[in-house]
Design a protein around this ligand. Structure first.
Ligand code: C2E
Ligand code: MG
Ligand code: MG
Length: 699
């Protein structure tokens, strides 16, 4: 309600059919988005429009006839009064910027005031219009910052959504040699050096489209033709509707040595995802620690951490979630560790931690390291909030302690890795220390591998043949068994060296040599009536069997040696078949087409399932010698042997008993219907020449 004499009431009078100009005037003033007011000479409000009321958080009734002490703090009211008196005494308009506390908090106003006169020209008071320019001021400040930032020593390019350059800064001109006028209207492609493939740029723009940001090294060409490297970061700037409106490119010339060094340091020594040191920096620090604690006496600890089931999370929830988890893991490591400790990421979900200067007493140092590891284990077990969902993880940790001297950094890393392996094997989410027994195993493994390599090259391997006889005692075949006589270690059991050969891949050339030698022997025996009926069983390892060209290799060897495929029997193990039953069936099928037959070796020790046993093109089952050993004393073994023989009969398979050492064993097995026997009772593995004599004796 307007209470001032020379303004009509804001509520329009009875409609007269045409707009009353005074009413219109009152409505505009009242509804204006600026605060509009009038005061008498004593500073009492005569008029207070709706926006004024809103800002004051009061009704007009409360304000009219009151002065500014009601509305503002003393300081603010004094300031207002000073400007008001300028208007009244100076009889002129003033306009100024003031900051006032309103119902919206502290706001900035551009205020204009002027004298208010009656019809006789006498000054009654003053009027004022105050516009809230807080937002404008903020934008102005931002613009000022942006303008200063734009003058940075880094080159800046602003393009529109179509990558057309709108603005560049002086640093752009300094680096590229192009003036702003030459660049504006072009696209950044004008700088291309041609050193990077179209695929590179596609990947870059894909990343910007996907993540809104990309950074990396780009090779560009200056106006003078010189090619240079820049560290470029591109950001997509979106408008309120989410559409890309501009792209902002910021770059620094890293062909300048100083900047290049820091960028290259960052790239070369830190993991870009987590910001942790990478393998290179870790190795450097580890090297220093080894050298350092050779002089001192305190133990250091090296820990390997591997997240349990990270791969599953990555595969099922996506790499983005996986990345977030890794970043959070790095953060938690940082929270648990001291500043002097090093946490590094080796890649994937593998982290390594180096704790230095633990204690000079090995046990105390070990306890300390274990306590830290336990804290880490617990910290990494806590739930992870990623993209609004809770996820869980756990970690396996392997630790090795060292005191400088003897070990190289590589062997320390291996030790920690081995301890980690043990920790995983122990069921994950656990901590394991490296111990000397593990070291002995590593050393033995390395020695065997080295020795085998030499034996293979220098042809120190031999193949012996162990007789297999039928129920009448007649020699029906042999099993080829590999022998290695190591110059230093004497005769090494295949049970020891075959797993090493498997792991190192040496089993491939070795297995081929065995097959070739056995087939050549078969071909030789074919020429002698006493031996031509013999079969030769050859043990095939999983790795060998799973080689893509295994079937063609066997075919080639058969062709080369002229051996009769029907006399060649391949011995497979259950675990080999179980790992991929369908694949095994297929490979066996193709080999069977060549005429080759199959025996299931060490039967009963694996996890054969009747369901697929039926589907395998097998000729025979070999009862594992472990079940034969205690026959006839062990009721269990007797029962197992009986069951296997019965199973063989029902599947129409020949049953061979291995490791038969006594007549009692042979008789029991014969009583159950076993077909063939192999064991010391009938002969140990012997050289090929001895087989001929045996054949004539037993034939
Ligand atoms: P396997 O295939 O089960 O071979 C039978 C093993 O039992 C042989 O041991 C043999 O010497 C032993 N043996 C035979 N009769 C008796 C007996 O009456 N009593 C006892 N206690 N043992 C007996 P060996 O030669 O030490 O071979 C061990 C394993 O090494 C073999 O088990 C086989 O799995 C593997 N192997 C041997 N030669 C080769 C080969 O050329 N290639 C591959 N991949 N593995 C081979
Ligand atoms: Mg065998
Ligand atoms: Mg066996």
């Amino acid at each position: 309600m307007v209470r001032i004499g020379f303004l009509p009431p804001a509520t329009p009078p009875e409609p007269t059919g045409e707009a009353c100009s005074t009413c219109l005037f009152a409505a505009i003033v009242n509804d204006a988005p600026d605060a509009i007011f009038a005061k008498d000479r004593a500073g009492r409000y005569l008029f207070y429009n709706r926006e004024s009321c809103r800002q004051a958080g009061r009704e007009a009734d409360e304000v009219l006839q009151q002065d500014d002490r009601l509305l503002f703090s003393t300081g603010e009211a004094d300031n207002i009064a000073r400007h008001d008196s300028l208007v009244l005494t100076g009889q002129r308009q003033v306009s100024y910027v003031e900051s006032l506390t309103t119902a919206d908090g502290e706001r900035i106003f551009l205020t204009a005031k002027g004298p208010l006169r009656d019809s006789g020209g006498e000054i009654l008071g003053l009027y004022g219009i105050a516009r809230d320019i807080t937002e404008l001021k903020r934008m102005e400040a931002e613009l000022r910052i942006a303008a200063v930032a734009f003058q940075s020593h880094e080159g800046i390019i602003v393009t529109d959504a179509n990558k057309v350059i709108l603005r560049v800064n002086e640093a752009f001109t300094r680096v590229t040699g192009y003036a702003a006028a030459e660049a504006v209207g072009n696209t950044p492609a004008m700088l291309k050096s041609g050193r990077q493939s179209p695929a590179f740029y596609r990947a870059m723009w894909d990343a910007i489209g996907r993540e809104g940001h990309w950074e990396g090294v780009v090779w560009n060409r200056r106006k003078d033709g010189a090619v240079y490297a820049e560290w470029l970061s591109v950001t997509a700037i979106r408008d309120e509707s989410g559409q890309v409106a501009h792209y902002l490119g910021v770059f620094s010339d890293i062909s300048e040595p100083r900047e290049a060094r820091s960028k290259i340091m960052q790239l070369a020594f830190y993991d870009p995802l987590t910001g942790l040191p990478n393998r290179r920096l870790l190795q450097d620090r580890l090297g220093q620690a080894v050298a350092g604690c050779a002089r001192g006496t305190a133990y250091c600890a090296l820990m390997f951490l591997d997240l349990d089931n990270f791969k599953t999370l990555n595969d099922t929830d996506g790499h983005d979630v996986g990345d977030q988890l890794l970043v959070e893991v790095a953060r938690r490591l940082g929270r648990v560790l001291r500043l002097s400790d090093t946490a590094a990421r080796l890649g994937g979900d593998e982290f390594v931690i180096l704790l230095e200067n633990l204690d000079s007493d090995e046990l105390t140092a070990g306890n300390h390291a274990e306590a830290v590891a336990e804290k880490l284990r617990q910290a990494l077990c806590l739930p992870y909030e990623i993209h609004g969902r809770t996820r869980y993880s756990s970690v396996s940790i392997g630790i090795t302690l060292f005191q400088g001297h003897v070990q190289g950094t590589e062997s320390l890393l291996k030790q920690a890795d081995l301890a980690l392996y043990q920790s995983k094997a122990a069921g994950r989410n656990t901590i394991r220390f490296f111990n000397p027994a593990m070291q002995a195993a590593i050393d033995a493994h390395a020695r065997i591998e080295e020795g085998l390599r030499r034996a293979l090259a220098e042809q120190h391997l031999r193949l012996l043949y162990q007789p297999q006889v039928d129920g009448s005692g007649a020699l029906v075949g042999v099993e080829a068994l590999l022998r290695w006589h190591a110059p230093d270690d004497g005769s090494v059991s295949p049970a020891t060296f075959i797993p090493v050969a498997e792991e190192s891949g040496l089993i491939l050339p070795m297995g081929r040599w065995v097959l070739e030698t056995a087939c050549r022997q078969l071909a030789a025996w074919a020429g002698d009536p006493a031996t031509r009926h013999l079969t030769v069983a050859v043990n095939i390892s999983a790795r060998q069997f799973n080689q893509p060209d295994f079937v063609s290799d066997v075919a080639a060897i058969l062709a080369e040696t002229g051996a009769d495929p029907v006399r060649l029997k391949l011995e497979l193990t259950e675990s080999l078949v179980v790992s991929d039953v369908e694949q095994a069936i297929q490979t066996m099928g193709r080999l069977k087409e060549l005429g080759v037959t199959f025996a299931m070796d060490d039967f009963g020790t694996g996890y054969s399932s009747l369901a697929y046993l039926k589907r395998l093109p097998l000729e025979e089952l070999k009862i594992d010698q472990g079940f034969v050993r205690d026959i006839p004393h062990s009721a269990d073994d007797c029962a197992i042997a009986m069951a296997i023989i019965a199973l063989g009969r029902s599947l129409d398979l020949k049953v061979v008993a291995e490791g038969v050492e006594s007549q009692a064993q042979r008789d029991f097995l014969a009583g159950q219907g076993c077909h063939v026997y192999q064991g010391y009772l009938f002969g140990r593995p012997v050289p090929a020449e001895a087989v001929g004599e045996l054949a004539r004796d037993r034939g």
